[in-house]
Design a protein around this ligand. Structure first.
Ligand SMILES: Nc1ncnc2c1ncn2[C@@H]1O[C@H](COP(=O)(O)OP(=O)(O)OP(=O)(O)O)[C@@H](O)[C@H]1O
Ligand SMILES: [Mg+2]
Length: 273
C-alpha cells in the first residue's frame, strides 16, 4: 500500500490569551490519501479552521506533526511544499485583493512559483480562467465587478495556479446562494478528477458532505470524534455528537434536492454565475 499524501499525527493547538487558554485542537490524527476528498465537519468553534491553518503553515502546532509525502511540514517550508498545498477560503471578497485586477491576482502565484516564462504567464492566466468557467477577458476586470460565485471561481483559479496536489477548502461555498453553490461544487468535483487533486473540505453543511466527500472527520471541542467513509457516517453514526449533527440537518431539504439534481445534470460549464 502506498503512503498517505498527508499525515497528521497527534496535532494540537493551544491559543494563549491574556487570562486563559483555548485548546482549539487536541490530539488530532488522520491520514489523508492521494485523490480523496476528506470532509471535516463540526460545530462552530470545534477547531476545523485551526486544523486548516496548521496544514497551510499559517501558524505552528503547539505539538504534533504534519507530513506531506513523508517529509515534515514544519514552520519553514520548501518552495515545493508551499506550492503543493493551497487554500480556498469562505469569503472570496475578503481573500482577493480588491485593488488588483483579476489577471494580476492570478499572475502572482505564477510569478512566485516561477511557473512558465514571463511571456507565457498571460496565456496561463487565460487558461486558468477557462478552467474555472470564466471568460478570458475577465483578466482585465476588477474584483468589485464580479458576483460572489465568480469571485470564488477566481479564488479557486488562484489556488490552482501553483499546480497544487492538495487543496484545503474552508467553507468554500457557504457564502454563496444555493444555485451558485451547486455550480461551484460541480466545478470543484470536475477539477478534482481532472487534476487528480486531494481535497480537505471543511463545511457545516451535511448536504455538501453527502455530495462531495469520500470520508468524513467529525470534530467536537478540538477533537476528532469520528472518522468514516461518508455513507457509513450517515447510515451508522456512532458518536452521539455525530447523530445530533445529522439529526439537526434535514434528511433532504428542498435545497439539497435542488443541489443534487444540479449536480447530476452537470451544469458546471453552463452559464457563468
Ligand atoms: N488566532 C486565534 N487566537 C485565539 N483563539 C483562536 C484563534 N483562532 C481560533 N481560535 C479559537 O479556537 C477555537 C477553534 O476555532 P476555529 O476557528 O478553528 O473553529 P471552526 O471549527 O473553524 O469554527 P467555524 O465553524 O465557526 O469556522 C475557537 O474557540 C476559537 O475562538
Ligand atoms: Mg472555521
Amino acid at each position: 500500500m502506498t503512503a498517505p499524501l498527508l499525515q497528521i499525527n497527534q496535532l494540537a493547538k493551544t491559543f494563549h490569551l491574556e487570562s486563559y487558554q483555548i485548546h482549539a485542537v487536541r490530539d488530532f490524527t488522520v491520514d489523508i490519501w492521494q485523490g480523496e476528498c476528506l470532509a471535516i465537519v463540526g460545530e462552530s468553534g470545534s477547531g476545523k479552521s485551526t486544523v486548516a491553518n496548521m496544514i497551510l503553515g499559517v501558524y505552528p502546532p503547539t505539538s504534533g506533526q504534519i507530513s506531506f509525502k513523508g517529509a515534515p511540514l514544519g514552520a519553514r517550508r520548501t518552495k515545493s511544499q508551499r506550492r503543493a498545498v493551497q487554500l480556498v477560503q469562505q469569503n472570496p471578497f475578503s481573500s482577493i485583493n480588491p485593488s488588483r485586477r483579476i489577471g494580476a491576482t492570478l499572475k502572482l502565484p505564477l510569478n512566485v512559483h516561477d511557473i512558465g516564462t514571463k511571456g507565457e504567464r498571460m496565456a496561463r492566466v487565460e487558461e486558468l480562467l477557462g478552467e474555472v468557467g470564466l471568460p478570458a477577458d475577465y483578466a482585465a476586470r476588477a474584483p468589485s465587478t464580479l458576483s460572489g460565485g465568480q469571485c470564488q471561481r477566481v479564488a479557486i483559479a488562484r489556488a490552482l495556479a501553483s499546480q497544487p496536489e492538495m487543496v484545503v477548502l474552508d467553507e468554500p461555498t457557504s457564502a454563496l446562494d444555493v444555485l451558485v453553490q451547486a455550480r461551484v461544487l460541480i466545478l470543484l468535483n470536475e477539477l478534482r478528477k481532472k487534476r487528480d487533486l486531494t481535497y480537505v473540505f471543511i463545511t457545516h453543511d451535511l448536504a455538501v458532505v453527502r455530495n462531495m466527500a469520500d470520508r468524513v472527520a467529525v470534530m467536537k471541542d478540538g477533537q476528532l470524534v469520528e472518522l468514516k467513509p461518508t455513507h457509513e457516517i450517515f447510515d451508522n453514526p456512532e458518536h452521539d455528537y455525530t447523530r445530533s449533527l445529522i439529526s439537526a440537518s434535514p434528511v433532504i431539504t428542498e435545497e439539497e434536492r435542488e443541489m443534487r439534481n444540479r449536480l447530476r445534470e452537470g451544469l458546471a460549464m453552463e452559464a457563468v454565475q
